[in-house]
Design a protein around this ligand. Sequence first.
Ligand code: EPU
Length: 435
Amino acid sequence: MDSNKEKMVILGGVRLHGEVKISGAKNSAVAILVAAILVKGKCIIENVPNVSDIIDLIDIINGLGGKAKFVGDDVVEVDCTNLSNHVASSERVKKIRASSYLMGALLGRLKKAKVALPGGCDFGVRPIDQHIKGFEALGAIADIEYAMVNLEAEKLVGDTVYLDVVSVGATINIMLAATLAEGTTIIDSAAKEPHVVDVANFLNSMGANIKGAGTDVIKIKGVSELHGGTFSVIPDQIEAGTFMIAAAATRGDVTVTNIIPKHMESLSAKLEEMGVGVQEFDEAIRIYVDVPELKRVNVKTQPYPGFPTDLQPQMLTLLTVANGTSIMKENVWEDRLRYVDELNRMGANVNVEGKDTAVVEGGTRLKGVPVKAKDLRAGAAMVIAGLIADGVTEITNLQYIDRGYENFENKLRALGGQITRRIVNQDAPDMPAVI
Ligand code: EPU
Protein backbone atom coordinates (compact mmCIF):
# COMPACT_ATOMS: atom_id res chain seq x y z
CA MET A 1 0.00 0.00 0.00
CA ASP A 2 1.22 3.49 -0.89
CA SER A 3 1.79 5.51 2.26
CA ASN A 4 0.59 8.65 0.48
CA LYS A 5 -2.84 6.95 0.24
CA GLU A 6 -2.93 6.20 3.96
CA LYS A 7 -3.64 8.21 7.08
CA MET A 8 -2.78 7.81 10.74
CA VAL A 9 -5.68 7.98 13.14
CA ILE A 10 -4.83 8.87 16.73
CA LEU A 11 -7.06 9.16 19.78
CA GLY A 12 -5.26 11.50 22.13
CA GLY A 13 -5.08 11.62 25.89
CA VAL A 14 -3.12 8.47 26.76
CA ARG A 15 0.03 8.72 28.86
CA LEU A 16 2.72 6.66 27.15
CA HIS A 17 4.36 4.10 29.40
CA GLY A 18 6.76 1.19 29.00
CA GLU A 19 9.93 0.52 27.04
CA VAL A 20 10.76 1.25 23.42
CA LYS A 21 13.75 -0.07 21.49
CA ILE A 22 15.30 2.46 19.11
CA SER A 23 16.29 1.39 15.58
CA GLY A 24 19.53 2.09 13.73
CA ALA A 25 20.14 5.69 12.67
CA LYS A 26 18.53 6.47 9.33
CA ASN A 27 20.87 9.37 8.55
CA SER A 28 23.89 7.21 9.29
CA ALA A 29 22.63 4.15 7.43
CA VAL A 30 21.86 6.08 4.23
CA ALA A 31 25.43 7.41 4.14
CA ILE A 32 27.01 4.05 4.98
CA LEU A 33 25.05 2.21 2.28
CA VAL A 34 26.36 4.69 -0.28
CA ALA A 35 29.86 4.56 1.24
CA ALA A 36 29.84 0.82 0.48
CA ILE A 37 30.12 1.83 -3.21
CA LEU A 38 33.80 2.55 -2.45
CA VAL A 39 34.38 -1.04 -1.31
CA LYS A 40 35.42 -3.92 -3.54
CA GLY A 41 34.00 -6.73 -1.44
CA LYS A 42 30.93 -7.69 0.52
CA CYS A 43 29.76 -5.36 3.32
CA ILE A 44 27.33 -6.68 5.90
CA ILE A 45 25.66 -3.68 7.48
CA GLU A 46 23.70 -4.38 10.66
CA ASN A 47 21.14 -2.34 12.60
CA VAL A 48 19.75 -0.74 9.42
CA PRO A 49 16.21 0.68 9.83
CA ASN A 50 13.69 -0.65 7.34
CA VAL A 51 12.39 2.72 6.15
CA SER A 52 11.58 3.99 2.66
CA ASP A 53 14.78 6.05 2.22
CA ILE A 54 16.78 2.82 2.70
CA ILE A 55 14.56 0.85 0.29
CA ASP A 56 15.06 3.62 -2.29
CA LEU A 57 18.84 3.59 -1.84
CA ILE A 58 19.03 -0.19 -2.19
CA ASP A 59 17.19 0.17 -5.49
CA ILE A 60 19.53 2.98 -6.60
CA ILE A 61 22.67 0.95 -5.78
CA ASN A 62 21.29 -2.03 -7.72
CA GLY A 63 20.58 0.29 -10.64
CA LEU A 64 24.25 1.31 -10.67
CA GLY A 65 25.39 -2.30 -11.03
CA GLY A 66 26.01 -2.97 -7.34
CA LYS A 67 24.21 -5.69 -5.40
CA ALA A 68 22.29 -4.64 -2.32
CA LYS A 69 19.50 -6.34 -0.39
CA PHE A 70 18.05 -6.90 3.06
CA VAL A 71 19.25 -10.31 4.28
CA GLY A 72 17.61 -10.07 7.71
CA ASP A 73 15.14 -7.75 9.50
CA ASP A 74 17.80 -5.08 9.98
CA VAL A 75 20.77 -6.42 8.02
CA VAL A 76 21.69 -5.21 4.54
CA GLU A 77 24.32 -6.84 2.36
CA VAL A 78 26.01 -4.58 -0.19
CA ASP A 79 28.53 -5.80 -2.75
CA CYS A 80 29.73 -3.17 -5.22
CA THR A 81 32.75 -5.12 -6.50
CA ASN A 82 31.44 -4.93 -10.08
CA LEU A 83 29.76 -1.54 -9.95
CA SER A 84 30.57 0.39 -13.11
CA ASN A 85 27.71 2.82 -13.86
CA HIS A 86 28.40 6.42 -12.85
CA VAL A 87 25.01 7.85 -13.86
CA ALA A 88 22.28 8.14 -11.20
CA SER A 89 19.26 9.96 -12.56
CA SER A 90 16.16 7.95 -11.58
CA GLU A 91 13.10 9.39 -9.84
CA ARG A 92 14.26 7.72 -6.62
CA VAL A 93 17.56 9.62 -6.81
CA LYS A 94 15.66 12.89 -7.13
CA LYS A 95 13.40 11.97 -4.23
CA ILE A 96 15.88 11.49 -1.40
CA ARG A 97 18.47 13.89 0.00
CA ALA A 98 20.96 11.14 0.78
CA SER A 99 21.44 10.50 -2.93
CA SER A 100 23.80 13.50 -2.80
CA TYR A 101 26.33 11.07 -1.26
CA LEU A 102 26.42 9.30 -4.64
CA MET A 103 28.46 12.26 -5.90
CA GLY A 104 31.35 11.64 -3.49
CA ALA A 105 31.16 7.85 -3.62
CA LEU A 106 30.99 7.51 -7.44
CA LEU A 107 33.64 10.17 -7.92
CA GLY A 108 35.89 8.40 -5.40
CA ARG A 109 35.35 4.97 -6.91
CA LEU A 110 35.04 5.67 -10.66
CA LYS A 111 36.56 9.19 -10.88
CA LYS A 112 33.35 10.35 -12.50
CA ALA A 113 29.75 10.85 -11.43
CA LYS A 114 26.57 12.16 -13.00
CA VAL A 115 23.92 12.53 -10.33
CA ALA A 116 20.48 14.17 -10.42
CA LEU A 117 20.19 17.06 -7.98
CA PRO A 118 18.95 15.51 -4.76
CA GLY A 119 15.51 16.17 -3.28
CA GLY A 120 14.41 15.39 0.27
CA CYS A 121 12.31 17.39 2.71
CA ASP A 122 11.66 20.98 1.63
CA PHE A 123 12.97 23.54 4.13
CA GLY A 124 13.81 26.20 1.57
CA VAL A 125 17.07 26.31 -0.38
CA ARG A 126 19.28 23.24 0.05
CA PRO A 127 22.56 24.24 -1.62
CA ILE A 128 25.46 21.90 -2.44
CA ASP A 129 28.14 24.54 -2.98
CA GLN A 130 30.30 23.22 -0.11
CA HIS A 131 30.19 19.67 -1.54
CA ILE A 132 31.31 20.98 -4.93
CA LYS A 133 34.02 23.14 -3.36
CA GLY A 134 35.44 20.02 -1.71
CA PHE A 135 35.37 17.92 -4.91
CA GLU A 136 37.06 20.72 -6.83
CA ALA A 137 39.77 21.04 -4.18
CA LEU A 138 40.54 17.34 -4.76
CA GLY A 139 40.92 17.98 -8.49
CA ALA A 140 37.47 17.25 -9.93
CA ILE A 141 35.87 19.36 -12.63
CA ALA A 142 32.26 20.07 -11.74
CA ASP A 143 29.34 21.49 -13.62
CA ILE A 144 25.59 21.49 -13.11
CA GLU A 145 23.43 21.20 -16.20
CA TYR A 146 19.73 20.38 -16.53
CA ALA A 147 19.53 19.57 -12.80
CA MET A 148 22.33 17.00 -13.12
CA VAL A 149 25.65 17.36 -11.33
CA ASN A 150 28.57 16.23 -13.51
CA LEU A 151 31.88 15.46 -11.84
CA GLU A 152 35.03 14.16 -13.44
CA ALA A 153 38.68 13.85 -12.42
CA GLU A 154 41.73 12.32 -14.02
CA LYS A 155 42.86 11.64 -10.50
CA LEU A 156 41.91 12.89 -7.06
CA VAL A 157 44.65 14.38 -4.91
CA GLY A 158 44.18 15.36 -1.26
CA ASP A 159 44.07 19.02 -0.19
CA THR A 160 42.76 21.16 2.68
CA VAL A 161 39.10 22.13 2.46
CA TYR A 162 37.73 24.78 4.81
CA LEU A 163 33.93 24.58 4.96
CA ASP A 164 32.20 28.00 5.08
CA VAL A 165 29.10 26.37 6.61
CA VAL A 166 29.08 23.45 9.01
CA SER A 167 27.50 20.87 6.73
CA VAL A 168 26.89 17.21 7.52
CA GLY A 169 26.38 16.38 3.85
CA ALA A 170 29.50 18.18 2.60
CA THR A 171 31.66 16.70 5.38
CA ILE A 172 30.55 13.14 4.57
CA ASN A 173 30.73 13.67 0.82
CA ILE A 174 34.29 15.03 0.92
CA MET A 175 35.28 12.15 3.21
CA LEU A 176 33.87 9.70 0.62
CA ALA A 177 35.70 11.34 -2.29
CA ALA A 178 38.98 11.54 -0.31
CA THR A 179 39.08 7.96 1.00
CA LEU A 180 40.62 6.52 -2.20
CA ALA A 181 42.38 9.74 -3.30
CA GLU A 182 46.14 10.21 -3.39
CA GLY A 183 47.71 12.00 -0.43
CA THR A 184 46.02 13.61 2.56
CA THR A 185 42.78 15.58 2.69
CA ILE A 186 41.96 17.83 5.63
CA ILE A 187 38.37 18.96 6.23
CA ASP A 188 38.42 22.04 8.46
CA SER A 189 35.25 23.26 10.19
CA ALA A 190 33.79 19.79 9.70
CA ALA A 191 30.40 18.70 11.05
CA LYS A 192 30.63 16.66 14.28
CA GLU A 193 27.30 14.81 14.17
CA PRO A 194 27.28 11.21 15.45
CA HIS A 195 26.58 9.95 11.94
CA VAL A 196 29.71 11.69 10.57
CA VAL A 197 31.70 9.66 13.12
CA ASP A 198 29.77 6.50 12.21
CA VAL A 199 30.56 6.84 8.50
CA ALA A 200 34.27 7.37 9.32
CA ASN A 201 34.21 4.30 11.57
CA PHE A 202 32.58 2.26 8.81
CA LEU A 203 35.17 3.34 6.24
CA ASN A 204 38.05 2.72 8.69
CA SER A 205 36.75 -0.76 9.44
CA MET A 206 36.89 -1.45 5.67
CA GLY A 207 40.54 -0.25 5.48
CA ALA A 208 40.35 3.56 5.21
CA ASN A 209 42.59 5.91 7.20
CA ILE A 210 40.40 8.67 8.67
CA LYS A 211 41.23 10.47 11.90
CA GLY A 212 39.49 13.25 13.83
CA ALA A 213 35.85 12.51 12.95
CA GLY A 214 33.76 14.02 15.75
CA THR A 215 36.07 17.06 15.95
CA ASP A 216 36.27 20.18 13.72
CA VAL A 217 39.21 18.81 11.76
CA ILE A 218 39.09 15.50 9.90
CA LYS A 219 42.22 14.10 8.29
CA ILE A 220 41.89 11.49 5.55
CA LYS A 221 44.97 9.71 4.25
CA GLY A 222 44.05 8.12 0.94
CA VAL A 223 44.34 4.33 0.60
CA SER A 224 44.38 2.35 -2.63
CA GLU A 225 41.54 -0.06 -1.88
CA LEU A 226 38.88 -0.93 0.70
CA HIS A 227 37.91 -4.48 1.68
CA GLY A 228 34.59 -5.96 2.77
CA GLY A 229 33.52 -6.58 6.36
CA THR A 230 30.73 -6.28 8.91
CA PHE A 231 29.60 -3.07 10.59
CA SER A 232 26.75 -2.10 12.89
CA VAL A 233 25.03 1.30 12.52
CA ILE A 234 24.65 3.50 15.64
CA PRO A 235 21.22 3.99 17.23
CA ASP A 236 19.02 6.74 15.85
CA GLN A 237 19.49 9.90 17.91
CA ILE A 238 16.46 11.57 16.33
CA GLU A 239 14.09 8.62 16.72
CA ALA A 240 15.21 8.37 20.37
CA GLY A 241 14.62 12.10 20.86
CA THR A 242 11.18 11.86 19.25
CA PHE A 243 10.12 9.16 21.74
CA MET A 244 11.63 11.09 24.68
CA ILE A 245 9.63 14.17 23.71
CA ALA A 246 6.46 12.13 23.13
CA ALA A 247 6.87 10.63 26.60
CA ALA A 248 7.24 14.08 28.17
CA ALA A 249 4.36 15.60 26.18
CA THR A 250 1.93 12.85 27.23
CA ARG A 251 3.16 13.08 30.86
CA GLY A 252 4.13 9.44 30.56
CA ASP A 253 6.90 7.20 31.86
CA VAL A 254 8.94 5.69 29.05
CA THR A 255 12.37 4.07 28.92
CA VAL A 256 14.02 4.53 25.55
CA THR A 257 16.50 1.68 25.06
CA ASN A 258 19.34 0.74 22.69
CA ILE A 259 20.62 4.32 22.55
CA ILE A 260 23.82 6.27 23.25
CA PRO A 261 22.78 8.70 26.05
CA LYS A 262 25.72 11.03 25.24
CA HIS A 263 24.08 11.77 21.84
CA MET A 264 20.96 12.94 23.68
CA GLU A 265 22.63 15.45 26.02
CA SER A 266 21.29 18.67 24.46
CA LEU A 267 17.73 17.32 24.56
CA SER A 268 18.06 15.78 28.04
CA ALA A 269 19.31 19.13 29.37
CA LYS A 270 16.34 21.03 27.90
CA LEU A 271 13.85 18.46 29.19
CA GLU A 272 15.36 18.70 32.70
CA GLU A 273 15.15 22.49 32.50
CA MET A 274 11.41 22.07 31.82
CA GLY A 275 11.02 19.88 34.91
CA VAL A 276 10.84 16.54 33.09
CA GLY A 277 12.45 13.60 34.92
CA VAL A 278 15.44 12.24 32.99
CA GLN A 279 17.15 9.13 34.33
CA GLU A 280 20.20 7.98 32.44
CA PHE A 281 21.44 4.38 32.17
CA ASP A 282 24.35 2.93 30.14
CA GLU A 283 22.30 2.43 26.96
CA ALA A 284 18.90 3.82 27.91
CA ILE A 285 17.14 6.90 29.22
CA ARG A 286 13.92 6.93 31.27
CA ILE A 287 11.66 9.95 30.80
CA TYR A 288 8.88 10.66 33.30
CA VAL A 289 6.81 13.60 34.47
CA ASP A 290 5.90 13.94 38.15
CA VAL A 291 5.45 17.71 38.40
CA PRO A 292 2.06 19.42 37.95
CA GLU A 293 3.29 21.77 35.22
CA LEU A 294 6.19 21.84 32.77
CA LYS A 295 8.22 25.05 32.64
CA ARG A 296 8.78 27.17 29.53
CA VAL A 297 12.25 27.13 27.90
CA ASN A 298 13.96 28.81 24.96
CA VAL A 299 15.61 26.55 22.39
CA LYS A 300 18.06 27.28 19.55
CA THR A 301 18.90 24.66 16.98
CA GLN A 302 22.62 24.25 16.25
CA PRO A 303 24.94 21.74 14.63
CA TYR A 304 25.98 18.90 17.00
CA PRO A 305 26.54 18.99 19.96
CA GLY A 306 23.86 21.71 19.95
CA PHE A 307 20.12 21.07 19.92
CA PRO A 308 19.33 19.18 16.67
CA THR A 309 17.19 20.85 14.02
CA ASP A 310 15.69 17.41 13.37
CA LEU A 311 14.03 17.55 16.82
CA GLN A 312 12.82 21.15 16.46
CA PRO A 313 9.21 20.44 15.37
CA GLN A 314 8.75 17.72 18.01
CA MET A 315 10.18 19.98 20.76
CA LEU A 316 8.05 22.93 19.67
CA THR A 317 4.99 20.72 19.99
CA LEU A 318 6.01 19.88 23.57
CA LEU A 319 6.38 23.61 24.32
CA THR A 320 2.67 24.13 23.53
CA VAL A 321 1.83 22.35 26.80
CA ALA A 322 4.46 24.10 28.95
CA ASN A 323 3.56 26.93 31.30
CA GLY A 324 4.41 30.33 29.75
CA THR A 325 5.96 31.66 26.56
CA SER A 326 8.87 29.82 24.93
CA ILE A 327 10.99 30.91 21.99
CA MET A 328 12.18 28.40 19.38
CA LYS A 329 14.92 29.70 17.07
CA GLU A 330 15.78 27.62 13.99
CA ASN A 331 19.40 28.30 13.08
CA VAL A 332 20.19 25.49 10.64
CA TRP A 333 17.49 25.60 7.92
CA GLU A 334 16.12 28.83 6.53
CA ASP A 335 12.46 27.76 6.36
CA ARG A 336 11.73 24.89 8.73
CA LEU A 337 8.75 26.31 10.61
CA ARG A 338 6.16 25.92 7.84
CA TYR A 339 4.38 23.14 9.70
CA VAL A 340 3.37 25.56 12.49
CA ASP A 341 0.13 26.36 10.60
CA GLU A 342 -0.95 22.74 11.06
CA LEU A 343 -0.26 22.91 14.79
CA ASN A 344 -2.20 26.16 15.09
CA ARG A 345 -5.16 24.52 13.33
CA MET A 346 -5.13 22.06 16.24
CA GLY A 347 -5.45 24.96 18.66
CA ALA A 348 -1.82 25.81 19.37
CA ASN A 349 -0.87 29.46 19.74
CA VAL A 350 2.43 29.83 17.90
CA ASN A 351 3.55 32.96 16.02
CA VAL A 352 6.37 32.75 13.52
CA GLU A 353 8.50 35.90 13.34
CA GLY A 354 10.67 36.20 10.24
CA LYS A 355 11.12 32.67 8.99
CA ASP A 356 13.26 31.36 11.81
CA THR A 357 11.72 32.27 15.16
CA ALA A 358 8.60 30.81 16.72
CA VAL A 359 6.99 32.31 19.79
CA VAL A 360 5.05 29.56 21.52
CA GLU A 361 2.34 30.54 23.99
CA GLY A 362 2.17 27.49 26.23
CA GLY A 363 -0.67 26.02 28.21
CA THR A 364 -2.92 25.45 25.20
CA ARG A 365 -5.10 22.37 24.77
CA LEU A 366 -4.81 20.86 21.33
CA LYS A 367 -7.87 19.45 19.55
CA GLY A 368 -7.85 16.57 17.09
CA VAL A 369 -8.42 17.70 13.47
CA PRO A 370 -7.22 16.44 10.07
CA VAL A 371 -3.61 17.60 9.52
CA LYS A 372 -0.82 16.96 7.04
CA ALA A 373 2.73 15.77 7.64
CA LYS A 374 4.59 18.62 5.92
CA ASP A 375 7.92 16.76 6.08
CA LEU A 376 9.52 13.89 7.98
CA ARG A 377 10.10 15.53 11.38
CA ALA A 378 7.07 17.81 11.12
CA GLY A 379 5.11 14.59 10.56
CA ALA A 380 6.52 13.17 13.81
CA ALA A 381 5.50 16.41 15.52
CA MET A 382 1.91 15.95 14.27
CA VAL A 383 1.91 12.45 15.78
CA ILE A 384 3.00 13.87 19.15
CA ALA A 385 0.35 16.58 18.81
CA GLY A 386 -2.24 13.88 18.09
CA LEU A 387 -1.19 11.92 21.17
CA ILE A 388 -1.82 14.92 23.45
CA ALA A 389 -4.87 16.36 21.67
CA ASP A 390 -8.46 15.96 22.75
CA GLY A 391 -10.33 13.70 20.34
CA VAL A 392 -9.22 12.14 17.08
CA THR A 393 -6.39 13.46 14.90
CA GLU A 394 -6.00 12.24 11.33
CA ILE A 395 -2.62 12.70 9.67
CA THR A 396 -2.10 12.39 5.91
CA ASN A 397 1.08 12.60 3.74
CA LEU A 398 2.49 9.61 5.61
CA GLN A 399 5.09 9.04 2.89
CA TYR A 400 7.21 11.62 4.73
CA ILE A 401 7.00 9.87 8.10
CA ASP A 402 7.73 6.50 6.47
CA ARG A 403 11.01 7.85 5.08
CA GLY A 404 12.59 7.86 8.51
CA TYR A 405 10.61 6.12 11.29
CA GLU A 406 10.59 2.33 11.45
CA ASN A 407 7.40 0.75 12.80
CA PHE A 408 6.39 4.10 14.27
CA GLU A 409 2.81 3.34 15.13
CA ASN A 410 3.56 -0.20 16.32
CA LYS A 411 6.15 1.17 18.73
CA LEU A 412 3.72 3.84 19.98
CA ARG A 413 0.92 1.27 20.32
CA ALA A 414 3.20 -0.89 22.48
CA LEU A 415 3.54 2.15 24.78
CA GLY A 416 -0.26 2.44 25.03
CA GLY A 417 -0.75 5.00 22.24
CA GLN A 418 -4.16 4.78 20.57
CA ILE A 419 -2.95 4.96 16.99
CA THR A 420 -3.63 3.09 13.79
CA ARG A 421 -3.37 3.38 10.01
CA ARG A 422 -6.23 3.44 7.53
CA ILE A 423 -6.61 4.08 3.84
CA VAL A 424 -7.37 7.75 3.25
CA ASN A 425 -11.02 7.57 2.24
CA GLN A 426 -11.93 5.07 4.95
CA ASP A 427 -14.12 6.58 7.68
CA ALA A 428 -12.45 7.01 11.01
CA PRO A 429 -15.01 6.41 13.74
CA ASP A 430 -14.52 8.00 17.16
CA MET A 431 -11.83 5.52 17.95
CA PRO A 432 -9.46 3.53 15.77
CA ALA A 433 -10.95 0.03 15.63
CA VAL A 434 -7.75 -1.80 14.75
CA ILE A 435 -5.59 -1.58 17.85
N1 EPU B 1 24.54 24.23 3.36
C1 EPU B 1 25.12 25.12 2.50
N2 EPU B 1 25.90 24.63 1.46
C2 EPU B 1 26.11 23.30 1.30
C3 EPU B 1 25.53 22.39 2.18
C4 EPU B 1 24.74 22.88 3.23
O1 EPU B 1 24.95 26.33 2.62
O2 EPU B 1 26.83 22.93 0.34
C5 EPU B 1 23.72 24.72 4.48
C6 EPU B 1 22.26 24.27 4.39
O3 EPU B 1 21.50 25.13 3.58
C7 EPU B 1 21.85 24.28 5.83
C8 EPU B 1 23.13 23.92 6.60
O4 EPU B 1 24.19 24.14 5.68
O5 EPU B 1 21.46 25.58 6.18
C9 EPU B 1 23.22 22.50 7.11
O6 EPU B 1 23.01 21.57 6.04
P1 EPU B 1 23.67 20.13 6.03
O7 EPU B 1 24.48 20.00 4.80
O8 EPU B 1 24.33 19.87 7.34
O9 EPU B 1 22.39 19.21 5.89
P2 EPU B 1 22.23 17.85 5.06
O10 EPU B 1 23.50 17.10 5.10
O11 EPU B 1 21.59 18.12 3.76
C10 EPU B 1 21.58 16.39 7.12
C11 EPU B 1 20.42 15.53 7.50
C12 EPU B 1 19.21 16.41 7.80
C13 EPU B 1 19.59 17.40 8.92
C14 EPU B 1 20.85 18.18 8.55
C15 EPU B 1 21.34 19.07 9.66
C16 EPU B 1 20.79 13.52 6.25
C17 EPU B 1 20.41 12.62 5.13
N3 EPU B 1 20.10 14.62 6.39
O12 EPU B 1 21.18 17.11 5.95
O13 EPU B 1 18.23 15.54 8.28
O14 EPU B 1 18.53 18.29 9.13
O15 EPU B 1 21.91 17.28 8.20
O16 EPU B 1 21.63 18.33 10.80
O17 EPU B 1 21.70 13.21 7.01
C18 EPU B 1 16.06 14.74 8.67
O18 EPU B 1 16.55 13.68 9.04
O19 EPU B 1 14.85 15.04 8.85
C19 EPU B 1 16.90 15.71 7.99
C20 EPU B 1 16.43 16.68 7.25
